[in-house]
Design a protein around this ligand. Structure first.
Ligand code: ATP
Ligand code: MG
Length: 457
């Protein structure tokens, strides 16, 4: 104890053979200022149950970071020295999941807590791919070894609700105060082991409005292409987290400035370079961020449909120019875009089909005669597709009048709808007959890339 105190005064910490800091700074309530009211009862329940059974148990990772920032964590991860089997035995509804690295899901009603056994050092023998990405390493370890494996200093703190102390192995508290995102260890090595950490760096920096420490940021531009070797399902998960962070726009800007967007959504870089595409995506993400901040649900299908729309649009036009009819052309374009994406980003089947629905609905909004609009009202994807239509209007891709018409039509009662559907004699430029012909071909409102559209009425 005295030795530890002296070391602390001298700023020296005990290190293991690998040079890892073994003794954390221990911060009491006055130093860390965590409001215990922000903690979930279930997190307290899990740590207490484990501790009562003689194990160590802490809240860890993002939850501690958020608590320190005064934000209510959205979920709680627990770290312990109990093995998954030992954890499972202590809870009524606990499930061991994962093959590569087993963790335990402890459930209380709808609430799920992830309990992870302290992980050991990534040994030199851990299998890696040819680029140095660690494929498998599933060793349990000591507490300080668990800390060193975590990604950023601010994500490597442990909170014990019983004693209200924070254990800080890597200067996370100082970085929180300075609003710095710093990777633990040698940045190049950590990004090579797991290139997804580069995306995480961008996400956390944008979401928390932290600066990325220069040494952490420096290798990202060069190492960005390593993302291409990460399994696409994992990249997709990370992209989704990024897009649903409430700071999607900031994240995307940051990805671009770090040169990370190239590897992520192929074609997205092309889209962002077109003013129309950029405007559309900017509006879509701003709307998404707004929804997230208001606690409203966001559909991943809508998000990805937005991100890739201008790519679809381009191909749609190309297929039509090659003589394909508009509707089949749109489906071909959607196939192309989804296929190209799936190499890099495994868009889940359900999300892919939502995207398709939203895209396929778009030409149908332009048929504003007869029974068509009524049929559309019954479509299960109407709301998302209508929101999408409004984005197209707001971005200047199509005439704003179409969106306004649908807004009126959806809000109207039966008689008003009939009135809206009656062709206006004033609009001599587009007589009803012409509109009908156009509608039956499904060809009205075809887009001119980078320009307006043939307005329907
Ligand atoms: P969020 O608020 O987005 O959930 P988080 O920090 O909790 O942020 P998670 O993905 O839930 O992120 O991960 C929980 C913790 O696990 C992290 O805080 C970090 O300590 C560790 N971790 C997650 N992913 C990695 C990784 N790729 N490399 C190293 N450590 C990681
Ligand atoms: Mg988390």
């Amino acid at each position: 104890m005295i030795k530890k105190y002296i070391r602390k005064i001298l700023g020296i910490n005990k290190t293991d053979a690998a040079g890892n800091n073994m003794e954390p700074d221990t911060l009491g309530p006055k130093q860390h200022g965590i409001d215990p009211a922000l903690l979930s009862n279930n997190a307290i329940r899990v740590t207490k149950t484990l501790q009562d059974a003689g194990f160590k148990a802490y809240v860890v990772g993002g939850a501690v970071r958020d608590l320190l920032l005064g934000v209510k964590p959205k979920d709680f991860d627990i770290a312990t020295n109990a093995t998954p089997e030992q954890v499972k035995r202590l809870f009524r509804r606990a499930f061991i999941i994962g093959k590569r690295f087993q963790i335990v899901h402890v459930m209380f009603g709808q609430d799920l807590l992830e309990v992870t056994t302290f992980r050991g050092p990534a040994s030199g023998e851990s299998p890696k791919d040819e680029h140095g990405r660690v494929l498998r390493d599933n060793t349990f370890g000591q507490h300080h070894e668990d800390a060193v494996r975590r990604d950023f200093t601010i994500n490597a703190m442990y909170y014990d609700p019983a004693t209200q102390t924070v254990l800080d192995f890597h200067g996370g508290m100082a970085d929180i105060r300075k609003k710095i995102l710093r990777i633990i260890g040698i940045p190049e090595a950590r990004f090579r082991e797991d290139p997804v950490r580069m995306l995480r760096a961008v996400r956390f920096a944008a979401r928390l409005q932290f600066t990325i420490d220069p040494a952490t940021a420096a290798p990202i531009a060069v190492m960005a292409p390593l993302i291409n070797n990460v399994p696409s399902a994992r990249v997709f998960d990370e992209m989704l987290k990024l897009l649903l962070s409430g700071q999607a726009l900031a994240c995307l800007k940051r990805l671009r400035s770090e040169g990370l967007h190239h590897g992520l959504l192929p074609l997205l870089d092309v889209v962002l370079e077109q003013p129309m595409g950029e405007k559309f995506i900017t509006l879509a993400l701003a709307a998404t961020d707004e929804r997230v901040k208001l606690g409203k649900p966001v559909s991943p299908g809508f998000l990805f449909a937005s991100l890739l729309w201008h790519q679809v649009l381009e191909k749609w036009t190309a297929y039509q120019a090659a003589g394909e009819n508009p509707i089949p052309a749109l489906h071909l374009a959607a196939d192309d875009v989804l296929d190209t994406q799936s190499d890099k980003l495994a868009i889940q089947r359900k999300i892919g089909s939502d995207m398709r629905d939203i895209w396929a609905m778009q030409p149908r909004f332009e048929r504003r005669i007869g029974k068509s609009p009524y049929k559309l009202l019954e479509h299960p994807r109407l709301r998302a597709s209508y929101d999408f239509l409004l984005l197209r209007c707001a971005s200047g891709e199509i005439d704003a009048e179409i969106g306004a018409w649908w807004t009126s039509f959806m809000a109207a009662d039966g008689n008003e709808r009939e009135v809206l559907l009656t062709p206006k004699p004033r609009s001599a430029a587009t007589p009803a007959g012409a509109a009908k012909r156009g509608a039956s071909r499904g060809g009205r409102g075809r887009k001119k890339i980078g320009g307006g559209t043939e307005s329907a009425q």
